[in-house]
Design a protein around this ligand. Structure first.
Ligand SMILES: Cc1cc2nc3c(=O)[nH]c(=O)nc-3n(C[C@H](O)[C@H](O)[C@H](O)COP(=O)(O)O)c2cc1C
Length: 182
């Protein structure tokens, strides 16, 4: 697929078919993440791949509980009436990107990997969504340990992938050029 088509067509998907992502497709998405640029080519991203529904359900609950503590409870409860899993939207694949805690470039490095992965997923016929809420897991040491995320690491980019029930329409966005000098 042309890069332009992927960039213009990708949207966040929040409704997925009950169909697993084949291992070779997941590998291609991971490869796209690995190919992203990183500061000083340190390649700090570590990928945690989860396709176990039970595990995802547990993580979803932990995130929801944390959000509830922050007062997102009522709004989430409202959304719960429409969707069973308001965090991971029933996606069959969750990939968490972790890197060094306190590393000044880590958030940027992981985000570049994340965008590569979401575009590649689109290219392969899959939907995706960045789930920032799931960064709440950083506040849960036990959850991080259970995911194999070390004390020296932080979770930067949680991403879901899967086959969309429906593709959201592409959006048109314009660059907000603040200054054009020269
Ligand atoms: C840093 C970041 C955090 C996000 N967190 C969430 C989230 O927790 N839940 C969610 O449903 N979407 C989340 N999104 C998706 C955005 O809502 C989405 O990208 C935005 O509305 C634009 O829509 P599009 O991706 O379809 O172009 C996040 C996106 C980014 C970049």
């Amino acid at each position: 697929m042309e890069t332009e088509k992927a960039i213009m067509g990708r949207r966040s998907v929040r409704d997925y078919m009950d169909k697993p992502v084949p291992e070779e497709i997941a590998q291609q998405i991971l490869k796209a993440g690995a190919m992203a640029p990183s500061a000083m080519d340190k390649q700090p991203c570590r990928f945690i791949v989860i396709s176990d529904r039970k595990k995802m359900g547990e993580l979803s609950k932990k995130v929801k509980d944390r959000l509830g503590m922050l007062g997102f409870g009522a709004r989430l409860a409202e959304r719960m009436k429409v969707k069973e899993d308001v965090i991971f939207y029933g996606a069959p694949l969750l990939i968490l990107i972790a890197a060094g805690r306190g590393d000044e470039w880590a958030a940027i490095d992981c985000s570049l990997a994340a965008q590569n992965m979401m575009l590649r997923a689109y290219d392969l016929g899959l939907g995706s969504c960045f789930i920032g809420f799931a960064r709440m897991l950083n506040k849960d040491e036990e959850a991080l340990r259970g995911l194999g995320i070390k004390d020296s690491q932080e979770l930067y980019c949680p991403l879901i992938f899967g086959y969309p029930k429906e593709w959201p329409h592409p959006k048109v966005r314009e660059a907000k050029v603040q200054e054009s000098i020269g």
